[in-house]
Design a protein. Structure first.
Length: 201
């Protein structure tokens, strides 16, 4: 997570910063030969991470869990929300405490889970792409570009809540029970409603 936040560095500075993050040591006073030897000894940092096998069945996720995952993915690049995504998927009660614990554990323990979540999510959105109209087509063409942009941002921000609102028919007392539904059931239901034009509002 710390490495993913590095920016505005030369290639050598980037390599040294990564090594410093991994080892907890700083290497400011090395000569050129020592520097090359150090960087070469950590060339494994360039290899793709091999995570432990992930046995989670993502298709059993509840609708509320799926929404939470998407919120964390939208707020930051996925690796920077690594701990939060894993905690939500695995369903720990002590959210903050578990996030702290995950950050102290080897990344290989959960890396495959994160990859699996992202691949599953992308495939799901691809399969149900007709549900994810951002509403831009409903914005009047004569609206100023700035106003269009603001509306699109708002619509994107509340996309998942908007789908839940449709299911609850605007009744906030139904939200919690909808959040407990299997997410595939929700997607299939919304697709049926749209295809059969059952909601003409």
């Amino acid at each position: 997570m710390e490495i993913s936040e590095l920016s505005d560095l030369t290639p050598t500075e980037f390599k040294l910063e990564r090594i410093s993050i991994v080892t907890g040591e700083y290497y400011d006073e090395l000569d050129e030969d020592e520097l090359d030897e150090l960087i070469n000894s950590f060339d494994w940092l360039d290899a793709p991470i091999k995570g432990d096998e992930c046995s989670i069945r993502f298709n059993t996720m509840k609708w509320g869990v799926f929404i939470d995952i998407n919120k964390f993915i939208a707020n930051k690049i996925p690796i920077q929300s690594f701990d939060k995504i894993v905690t939500v998927v695995l369903g720990y009660d002590d959210f903050i405490g578990r996030c702290i614990e995950i950050r102290e554990e080897p990344c290989t323990k959960y890396y495959s889970l994160l990859e699996g979540v992202l691949k599953y999510r992308d495939k799901l959105i691809e399969n149900y792409d007709d549900l994810f109209d951002d509403g831009s087509s409903s914005i009047e063409d004569d609206e100023p570009e700035e106003e269009k942009s603001k509306q699109e941002v708002v619509q994107s921000r509340w996309a998942w809540e908007s789908l839940t609102y449709q299911l609850a028919e605007g009744d906030i007392t139904k939200i919690q029970s909808i959040m407990e539904l299997p997410h595939l059931m929700v997607f299939n239901w919304l697709t049926m409603v749209k295809d059969l034009k059952l909601n003409q509002q």
